[in-house]
Design a protein around this ligand. Structure first.
Ligand code: GH3
Ligand code: MG
Ligand code: MG
Length: 305
């Protein structure tokens, strides 16, 4: 990757010299002739590192540094300064500059060492940030289906309860269980079973509204939370969902199968106003749906097929 470095200096010879040295090292270079222009180029070019002179017309190096830091950017700034101005350079360090270099830049190696070190540090920081984001994503998602996991369900449900209570809105919680899934595994193999789980997650996500949340609750059980949804709307939504599942033929590695699901629902605030109560009621409704012959939805004791 070619990292981009912004050089800000009002002396054309310095700009030229640094550009040449840094380009030879393999960096992309963008330039500005004073602090004001420097901040503009910083915004438009989003460089990976800034090297700025201190004494410049319109805006000086310290103002450039502050402008960059105030914008919330974590891009490093190296200060270029004359011998007479080391005090300002130290003030820049206190204000968050990464390093300072004395002009004239006679020893190119000193410059390159500082630049390479700053770029290396930044690349590591970017990599770490990505890894942390990946870990955070892995902590809330189920690895097979990519759906939110059990832990995330608890957090989401807590939030939804507070929100719905505050605004006086209804929401619906569904527990979904695949019918005779053991037979799918036994007939077609565990791998095909995994394919069904994954695909079912996709089908249900597609059949839901964008504000609905689909979770993998455990093995072959899923939970859907439908915010801002009354009982009648939930029944319509579940019919759409069950139709989507029933009509799909699961195909993988020359194996084909159709499945049905049983669904139990519970609604807030009509049936319960707490998390444990809602899950328990939906589970009981699911159990009844299984007992009554599967492939159906039960909400408030009413059977929907
Ligand atoms: P019912 O209609 O009563 O729900 O019957 P069932 O066969 O679906 O229910 P049961 O609870 O007896 O079996 C669930 C099966 O789900 C057994 C288990 O091996 C399978 N299962 C759970 N998690 C996974 C998984 O991650 N992958 C696969 N392939 N199968 C799984
Ligand atoms: Mg099952
Ligand atoms: Mg089950």
């Amino acid at each position: 990757m070619n990292e981009k470095i912004l050089i800000i200096d009002d002396e054309a010879e310095i700009l030229e010299l640094l550009t040449e040295v840094l380009q030879e090292e393999g960096y992309k270079v963008v330039k500005a002739g004073d602090g004001m222009e420097g901040l503009e180029v910083f915004q438009s070019e989003t460089p990976d590192l800034v090297i700025t002179d201190v004494k410049m017309p319109r805006k000086d190096g310290l103002e450039v540094l502050k402008g960059i830091k105030d914008s919330g950017s974590d891009v490093d700034v190296i200060i270029l300064t004359g011998h007479s101005d080391e005090a300002t350079a130290i003030e820049c360090l206190r204000s968050g500059a990464y390093d300072y270099l004395l002009k004239p830049v006679e020893d190119v190696e000193v410059l390159l060492t500082a630049v390479n070190r700053a770029i290396h540090k930044r690349n590591l920081e970017i990599k770490n940030k990505r890894l942390i984001e990946q870990l955070e994503e892995m902590a809330i998602r189920d690895s097979l289906t990519g759906l939110y996991n059990f832990r995330q369900l608890q957090a989401f449900l807590d939030d939804e309860l507070i929100r719905s209570e505050r605004y006086g809105h209804a929401f619906c919680l569904l527990v979904i269980d695949i019918d005779h899934f053991k037979a799918i595994n036994d007939t077609h193999g565990h791998q095909f079973g995994d394919h069904v789980l994954k695909k079912l997650g996709e089908i249900m996500s597609k059949a839901c509204r964008s504000t609905d949340r689909v979770f993998r609750y455990g093995g072959e059980e899923f939970v859907i939370i439908m915010p801002e949804t009354g009982d009648d709307e939930a029944v319509v939504a579940v019919h759409r969902l069950m139709d989507a599942v029933r009509s799909h033929t699961f195909v993988s590695d020359e194996q084909r199968a159709k499945i049905t699901v049983s669904i139990g629902g519970a609604s807030f605030p009509f049936q319960s106003i707490d998390k444990v109560g809602l899950i328990k009621l939906a589970d009981q409704a699911l159990y009844r749906a299984k007992e009554m012959g599967r492939n159906r939805f039960i909400l408030k004791e009413v059977i929907h097929e």
